[in-house]
Design a protein around this ligand. Structure first.
Ligand code: TPP
Length: 655
């Protein structure tokens, strides 16, 4: 049965003339034992909520997963798909991509991400079990990881978190083949992986990864453990290829026709390429049917739940929001408009969360050790511990990257809307995982506070300047930068409603005045930008601003009007959403025939498309500095006076 995986992998890679045969051939025995004896999945119901999750962290070995899914009988994974490995339009992408093929639980390829995402899945399992009981939620998360996965720094964060939370249903099978691309692992590694995991609170053991009995015994033991488990499976990369086995040459290129002929002889595999002998295919297909009964039993358990609980479970798995959320948000908006609080937007976010978390049980909050700064913990929110998963706040520790990856896992598992915080400048530390949130279209909400030089004294190491631009450049990521409490609430609502895209909420450390002083039932942030302050007559100047600089735009508008220059203010909380609007809408909002002055305490990159040829930009041109925020705004010339001067100079040039 394992040779069926090997044959499909070497033949598909050969046909595609690209790919990675070594890993699937080496790990075929591990996968065969896992998928035919342990993994609780039903290929005919690939989204069964209580299925075990399998994460191929070594995503370059994608053919292993495609081969297994074909062999098990996933309907979409036909032999034609296997033959079209790595071709445009096929579901068999170079690296496994979430949403392409059933049974692919997460996108992998960037090493370290899979194992770290799996930590979030295993966490989700415990959290959901604490809410709905183990009759409904009771599954394992298995990972197949490579040397590269364990060498990547993010794995350190992930295993630390998993060990701390005692995620005992997380089982990592480590393809311990001692080979990477450059050659022997010993070229660059002399650490002891097992000791590292043990030190993080895991069980760790080493077995022969080609011995089915040892593999099965190790998994059985791991299933009973009270901690997460690492099973280092000593394997030979490219197992079966007589000249390339054990060598990095089998890692990432086709074996070649001659070597494949020899591998067929070595493995006693006589079938033609892409043909699996009936006997072997039948054995796999029967294994694929193993859990039909368990799945049906589970459906009965679900049906037996009180109707309200069942409906809530189904809603959460579907990712829908409860009906009363919109009402709660609308009522709070009215209150904010009336009270006009002068809060930092991070505080506004906390207040929004107090409302949201009281009506939305799906949220799982957190912070990378900046809870009091990020304001991500709402009233009464209990911390999750290894002993008690009923809480909804995670102390991720100083593990931004691991946190972001875990949030992907929480979202992918389904049942939760993860949000968590750090400083905006440290989105750099999360970026590979943010990119995967965006690529996979996952509703992960990044609460990123201290969003500019406005954070003040901590200085340029902590002051983001290029981050907004670089995050806005990422496809399918919504970057929100609200200006006051009402906008913050509206942006939170949009982030929650954005089922297929992650969001960044860039929030201020410093207090900001209320700029939205009239109630609007409509979410004015929904189209990305809107006219906040109209001109007294036909506008000559449009002041475009985001977040904390909207206040500056409002002051500049008043000054211009006083001087007889009709000016308007446009608040632009989400450029990504604004860019999706019709060009007529964009022109109208930006103000045709006006001089456009954009104000943002960040770099100009990306703003010229709104400013046009005769406008100007007030913002940063380099790194910030350490000083109180008001002084920094003056020092870097991000002031109403500077905006007025720029507007007047540009108007003069025009006339
Ligand atoms: C973050 C990241 N860096 C680099 C790569 C490119 N890459 C793919 S596999 C690999 C290492 C291969 O070694 P190992 O993880 O042991 O896999 P094996 O050779 O056993 O297949 C590298 C560097 C990657 N996929 N992700």
């Amino acid at each position: 049965m394992a040779n069926a995986i090997r044959a499909l992998a070497m033949d598909a890679v050969q046909k595609a003339n690209s790919g990675h045969p070594g890993m699937p051939m080496g790990a075929a025995d591990i996968a065969t034992v896992l998928f035919t004896k342990f993994l609780k999945i039903d290929p005919r119901q690939p989204n069964w909520p209580d299925r075990d999750r399998f994460v191929l962290s070594a995503g370059h070995g994608s053919m292993l997963l495609y081969a297994v899914n074909y062999l098990l009988g996933y309907e979409d994974m036909t032999i034609e798909q296997i033959k079209n490995f790595r071709q445009l339009g096929s579901i068999t992408a170079g690296h496994p991509e979430y949403g392409h093929a059933a049974g692919v639980e997460t996108t992998t390829g960037p090493l370290g991400q899979g194992i770290s995402t799996a930590v979030g899945m295993a966490l989700a399992e415990r959290l959901l079990a604490a809410r709905f009981g183990e009759k409904i939620v009771d599954h394992f998360t298995y990972v197949l990881a490579s040397d590269g996965d364990l060498m990547e720094g993010v794995s350190h964060e992930a295993i630390g978190l998993a060990g701390h939370l005692k995620l005992s249903r997380l089982i990592v099978l480590y393809d311990d083949n001692e080979i990477t691309i450059d050659g022997a692992l010993s070229l660059s590694e002399s650490g002891d992986a097992l000791k590292r995991f043990e030190a993080a609170g895991w069980n760790a053991t080493r077995i022969d990864g080609h011995n089915p009995a040892e593999i099965a015994a190790a998994i059985e033991k791991a299933q009973k453990s009270d901690r997460p488990s690492l099973i280092a499976c000593r394997t030979v990369i490219g197992y079966g290829a007589p000249n390339k086995r054990g060598k990095s040459s089998s890692h990432g290129s086709p074996l070649g026709d001659d070597e494949i002929v020899l591998a067929r002889e070595t493995l006693h595999w006589n079938a033609e390429p892409f043909v699996i002998p009936n006997e072997t295919l039948d054995a796999w297909r029967i294994a694929g049917l193993r859990n039909v009964k368990a799945r049906k039993n589970w459906e009965e358990q679900l049906a037996a739940l009180p109707a309200e609980t069942r409906i809530d479970f189904e809603r959460r798995i579907a990712g829908d929001l409860p009906a009363d959320l919109g009402k709660a948000i609308a009522a709070f908006k009215e209150k904010l408009v009336a009270e006009k609080p002068k809060w930092a937007t991070r505080k506004s976010s906390e207040e929004a969360l107090n409302i949201i978390n009281s009506v939305l049980p799906d949220t799982i909050g957190g912070s990378a050790d900046l809870t009091g700064s990020n304001n991500t913990r709402s009233k009464g929110q209990q911390a999750v511990t290894a002993e008690d998963f009923s809480g909804s706040f995670i102390h991720y520790g100083i593990r931004e990257h691991g946190m972001a990856a875990a949030m992907n896992g929480l979202a992918l598992h389904k049942g939760f809307i993860p949000y968590s915080g750090t400083f905006l400048v440290f989105t750099d530390y999360c970026r590979p995982a943010i990119r995967l949130s965006a690529l996979m279209g996952q509703r992960v909400i990044y609460v990123m506070t201290h969003d500019s030089i406005g954070l003040g004294e901590d200085g340029p190491t902590h002051q983001p300047v290029e981050h907004l631009a670089s995050l806005r450049a990422m496809p399918n990521l919504l970057v929100f930068r609200p200006a006051d409490a009402v906008e913050t609430l509206e942006c939170w609502q949009l982030a929650l409603e954005s089922k297929d895209a992650p969001s960044i909420l860039a929030l201020s450390r410093q207090n900001l005045p209320a700029v939205r002083t009239e109630n609007s039932e409509k979410n004015l942030c929904a189209r990305g930008a809107y006219e906040l302050v109209p001109a007294s007559s036909k506008a000559k100047v449009s002041l475009l601003a985001t977040g904390s600089e909207v206040e500056i735009a409002v002051a500049a508008q008043k000054m211009l009007e006083k001087e007889g220059i009709p000016a308007r203010v446009v608040s632009m909380p989400c450029l990504d959403l604004f860019d999706r609007q019709s060009s007529d809408f964009q022109k109208e909002i930006l103000g045709e025939d006006t001089v456009k002055i954009a104000i943002e305490a960040a770099v100009r990159y990306g703003w010229d498309r709104y400013i046009g040829a005769d406008g100007d930009f007030i913002g940063m041109t380099g790194f910030g500095a350490s000083a109180p925020a008001p002084e920094l705004y003056k020092h870097f010339n991000i002031t109403p006076e500077a905006a007025v001067a720029a507007a007047k100079a540009r108007l003069e040039e025009k006339s």
